[in-house]
Design a protein around this ligand. Structure first.
Ligand code: GUN
Length: 293
């Protein structure tokens, strides 16, 4: 079989930044610097890393961003009050609240408090509803990034069987909607598997495109897939090893197990991760553009 193609999110994200450059310059010359407010509650170490990567990317592109870090025991009232301030602050065209939130906070209430026109994560029910109805405003960043990788590498889901592992509101559910929309570079037959699915291999073995967003490290093995499948690996977790760093990053797919069977696969790291950030920048630029037009 031909060698497995590596679908590099780093390459595709660079392409996104290149094409955003002229849009950003245009906004800046009309006095508008796209701005992001990143809200982080608590001390989840992975969330701190994500927020830093996001704000670093904004700085690299000379865009405005600020992170708002709140203690783990912050009350819902205080989070809602911050969101209200950010909704009314013209420097911020986009607001994101990093997930997961500490237990005492009601995720739904907090997501619904963000002005839908600043909801660059696309988590607000108004934006999810629009996506479901096929006329999206903001598309959640990771699903949007997955579609962009497929498009860049000319892997057209139309007429194919896409199997999504995981039904989270952040990835699994929206990507299942996106892949099955009646439009170009979608139009797939999509199946969602989740913790209630009785026989995951039965479905995953039928996938032409398999999207693994199940949150279990190295879950997908050779026996889950058929020859020639395209695999998008959304997972990222640390597992300890005896390297100098003491750990390595792995996805939801056991790369070594599947690599001789899949026709193409996103690596971890350097696959979906960089695309999530690129789509956050793109959504914030779109939000800024809408705010002045
Ligand atoms: N947690 C995991 N992925 C995401 C994301 O894309 N946005 C936010 N806000 N939280 C997340």
């Amino acid at each position: 079989m031909a060698e497995t193609k590596i679908l590099s999110g780093k390459t595709v994200s660079q392409d996104v930044y290149n094409s955003l450059k002229s849009r950003i310059d245009k906004l800046k010359s009309s006095g508008c610097i796209p701005g992001l407010a990143a809200v982080l509650v608590g001390d989840n170490p992975a969330s701190h890393v994500y927020i830093k990567s996001k704000t670093n990317q904004f700085a690299k592109l000379d865009l405005y961003s600020e992170s708002f870090k709140m203690l783990d025991d912050t009350s819902e009232r205080d989070v809602l009050s911050l969101i209200d301030d950010l909704n009314n602050d013209e420097r911020f065209h986009g607001i994101l609240v990093q997930m997961p939130l500490p237990e005492q906070l009601n995720e739904t209430a907090i997501i619904e408090a963000v002005n839908p026109l600043k909801d660059v994560d696309g988590f607000h029910p108004e934006n999810l509803g629009r996506l479901t109805a096929g006329h999206p405003r903001f598309i959640p960043c990771t699903p949007k990034g997955i579609m962009r990788i497929l498009e860049y590498y000319k892997i057209d889901p139309s007429g194919k069987h896409v199997v999504v592992l995981g039904r989270s509101n952040i990835v699994g559910r929206p990507v299942s909607i996106l892949t099955s929309l009646k439009k170009s570079f979608s139009n797939a037959t999509t199946t969602i598997c989740h913790s209630g699915t009785k026989d995951i291999p039965y479905y995953s073995q039928q996938a032409d495109i398999l999207i693994a967003a199940i949150g279990v490290s190295e879950f997908v093995k050779a026996y889950h897939i058929k020859d020639g499948v395209v695999i998008i690996d959304v997972g990222i977790s640390r597992i300890e090893d005896d390297s100098e760093k003491g750990y390595k990053l792995v996805g939801d797919v056991d790369f070594d197990s599947v690599k001789d069977k899949a026709s193409a696969i996103t690596p971890v790291p350097g696959g979906v991760g960089p695309m999530t950030i690129a789509m956050l920048v793109e959504n914030t630029v779109e939000a800024a553009k809408r705010s002045i037009s």
